[in-house]
Design a protein around this ligand. Structure first.
Ligand code: PGA
Ligand code: ZN
Length: 416
């Protein structure tokens, strides 16, 4: 038994120039652990709720003092004295006390910060790397480790940039059997090749929220695919696929998908045809949120049409939520799930969601957030613990590269 002595939160800054929280858990033994919480810019409406201060005089209403206060009062009362090594029990207590479907009472950020800080303190107490501790603490019954490949956002638009594309992200996914360090190098070199191609086409190379290029003046939503295809070819790299995240809920309005750049308003079946055309022309290996978060029937349709060749990934659709994943499995709506810790709000539920996906022969991809990230690298250890196929992270900006640096560190440890 390793009892929790204290659990405290403070308001910190995230990469989106808005606050978030950091939580520190100290055990009676003296071991301790800290964790911080990110948030999304294009968050799905079924995600765990975030409690903001709403005080317009501070950070335009987005202060997180209330969220920190909930950790320091309600959550601290609940968890002090509890055994930190019983992660499932700790998370269960917070879920039960909250009692709402979307964690409205205690707030997703406060619950998640506490959940992750407890896991880190326990890993430190046991002197185990965090990824191994996650396996032990939550009975992840997997043989061996397979490190995730980098899925790097190289061009971004939508809500992550101004005046770029309507659709949100264009990525490169590094496959193959190379070691983690080599895969990260490959990804970064292609990112630099994308920069060269952008310059040769007279686009600017400023970066957006996730550290990807966010060029203004793109004529349509297909241009980044042409640029990336050329960059991959120029780089001479093998085992690289193109990925895309449409974040389609963001452009869905009045039953239509609005592509302003192309002056198009597409029905669901037209949107599916739009992506079928892309799949024919480009080396597209994954397609995330190609349709809106409640357009379930169309998801089944696109997975039926493209799912044998392409990973159809649910993000806003499934929000790391077991109930929504179960529905997606039943409807054959996806074949891969994106995982974000703060979408659901506890480590236990996140790991259970990953294991349910695995049981149903689905890949998991653990992802950063586009709204505000922190330097915390917990998501990488999670991805390693559950043998995710990729981690989705941007290739520049401190809060993103920290994730790749952690992946390479684990790679060295495990010689993978
Ligand atoms: P978000 O976007 O974190 O801003 O929601 C990332 C994504 O959609 O994958
Ligand atoms: Zn997404």
């Amino acid at each position: 038994m390793s009892s929790i002595k204290s659990i405290r939160a403070r308001e910190i800054l995230s990469s989106g120039s808005t606050p978030s929280i950091e939580v520190e858990c100290i055990l009676e033994s003296g071991a301790s652990g800290k964790a911080s919480v990110p948030f999304g810019a294009s968050a799905g409406s079924h995600e765990a709720s975030v409690i903001l201060d709403g005080d317009k005089k501070r950070f335009r209403g987005k202060g997180m003092l209330k969220a920190a206060g909930i950790v320091n009062n309600a959550i601290s009362k609940l968890l002090v004295g509890e055994d930190a090594l019983s992660q499932r029990k700790i998370d269960g207590k917070m879920i039960k006390t909250d009692g709402t479907e979307n964690k409205q009472k205690l707030g997703g950020s406060s619950i998640l910060g506490a959940s992750l800080a407890v896991a880190r303190a326990s890993a430190n107490e046991r002197k185990r790397p965090l990824y191994m501790h996650i396996r032990d603490a939550l009975d992840v019954n997997l043989k061996g480790f397979h490190l995730p490949g980098p899925m790097m956002v190289v061009v971004e638009g939508g809500k992550h940039a101004d005046n770029s594309t309507d659709l949100q992200e264009y990525l490169i996914s590094i496959k193959g059997k190379d070691k983690a360090r080599e895969k990260v190098r490959k990804g970064i070199e292609i990112y630099l090749a994308v920069k060269d191609v952008l310059k040769s086409r007279r686009y600017n190379t400023n970066v957006g929220n996730e550290g990807a290029f966010a060029p203004s003046g793109m004529p349509d939503n297909e241009e980044p695919l042409k640029i990336i295809t050329e960059a991959i070819k120029k780089s001479g790299m093998k085992d690289v696929g193109i990925s895309h995240d449409a974040a389609a809920s963001e452009i869905f309005s009045g039953g239509k998908y609005i592509l302003s750049k192309e002056k198009k308003e597409l029905s669901s079946s037209e949107m599916i045809r739009y992506f079928e055309n892309w799949a024919k022309k480009y080396n597209l290996i994954t397609l995330e949120d190609p349709l809106a978060e409640d357009d379930w029937e169309s998801w089944t349709e696109i997975t039926k049409k493209l799912g044998s060749k392409i990973k159809i990934i649910g993000d806003d659709l499934t929000v790391t939520n077991i109930n929504r994943l179960e529905k997606a499995i039943k409807l054959k709506a996806i074949n891969t799930i994106l995982i974000k810790l703060n979408q659901i709000g506890t480590l236990t539920e996140t790991v259970d969601c990953c294991m349910l996906a695995r049981k149903n022969k689905m890949d998991t991809i653990v992802s950063h957030r586009g709204g505000g990230e922190t330097n915390d690298t917990f998501m990488v250890d999670l991805a390693v613990a559950v043998n995710s196929s990729f981690i989705k992270v941007g290739p520049s900006r401190g809060e993103r590269v920290e994730k790749y640096n952690r992946l390479m560190e684990i790679g060295e440890e495990l010689r993978l």
